[in-house]
Write a protein that binds this ligand. Structure first.
Ligand SMILES: [Mg+2]
Length: 282
């Protein structure tokens, strides 16, 4: 009887232990199911990421002297005009180009939430984004050489002030006599495509370099197919590393929507489409 009782107790213990394991594994792995977890951890922790962005900006800074002498335009929209007579400028995208928003992504992962424009604007208004490694040194070096630094972002006009303050607090050069922070919908024709805003800068400045984490930061590439995106890189290959500088962003970008042709899909459908795109060679 005593032996049976002991057996019963240990049976209960096993069940309890099993439940504990299930509970612990569920509660600890669930947030890690977010597809951006690994990419976000990489951005926040990999010394290699810091090295990459430093490398991009350092290489651009080393080219500032020669590129000022060449006086060629980096902007396709500006070709064929009298840009050589205009004062020099560089244009940088903001998010994941000069500002690091990985804490916003980390919050979404930890809270098991998805992106919404409202949540994004809340984060922007906190003005807590830090500088991407290398960005500050480069923009200061450019400003010291008399080059006007423009920030061309798809952050909305309603959060322009918060964005300006965030950049200023970090020490980014921001001319006060010129509007150098060009936000989406600040003017009716300033759409997310960025072309009109590049043309706006091109009216008064020679655009020497472009910086971004998305093809749209360099040329019109909205809603184009995955294949067209790849072809554009080949077509403009001589510009990369000389006039066009790309920052890595593994968390989000047009590259991902291009995988499923920018269709409106549910999370499950996105997962299915992305699985189909994984290349296995068999
Ligand atoms: Mg960006």
């Amino acid at each position: 009887m005593k032996k049976q009782h002991q057996l019963f107790r240990s049976y209960h213990l096993y069940i309890l232990l099993f439940c504990c394991i299930i509970f612990v594994s569920c509660s600890s792995t669930q947030p890690l199911q977010n597809p951006t977890t690994s990419a976000t951890l990489w951005m926040q922790n990999a010394a290699e990421y810091k090295a990459l962005t430093t490398m991009v900006y350092q290489s651009a800074a080393n080219d500032l002297g020669p590129i000022l002498n060449k006086n060629e335009t980096a902007s396709l929209e500006q070709e064929g005009s009298n840009y050589q007579e205009l004062p020099p400028a560089v244009i940088l995208d903001v998010d994941e180009t000069v500002l690091d928003n990985s804490p916003f992504q980390a919050r979404l992962i930890k809270q098991n939430e998805t992106y919404t424009p409202e949540k994004w604007n809340e984060w922007v208004r906190e003005e807590q984004a830090e500088a991407i490694a290398g960005a500050l040194a480069f923009t200061k070096a450019a400003a010291d050489k008399g080059i006007t630094v423009f920030y061309l972002t798809n952050r909305e006009a309603q959060v322009e002030e918060a964005t300006f303050d965030n950049l200023k607090e970090l020490g980014f050069p921001l001319r006060e006599d010129v509007d150098v922070l060009l936000t989406k919908n600040e003017r009716p024709d300033w759409t997310s495509a960025k072309v009109n805003r590049r043309m706006h800068v091109a009216e008064n400045y020679n655009i020497l370099m472009l910086f971004g984490d998305n093809l749209n930061d360099f040329l019109p590439a909205e809603d184009i197919t995955h294949e067209e995106r790849q072809a554009l890189i080949d077509k403009h290959r001589e510009r990369f590393g000389t006039q066009w500088f790309v920052l890595p962003n593994p968390v989000y970008g047009s590259w991902e929507q291009a995988l499923y042709d920018f269709e409106e899909l549910t999370e499950e459908q996105v997962e299915q489409e992305e699985l189909k795109k994984l290349k296995t060679k068999n």
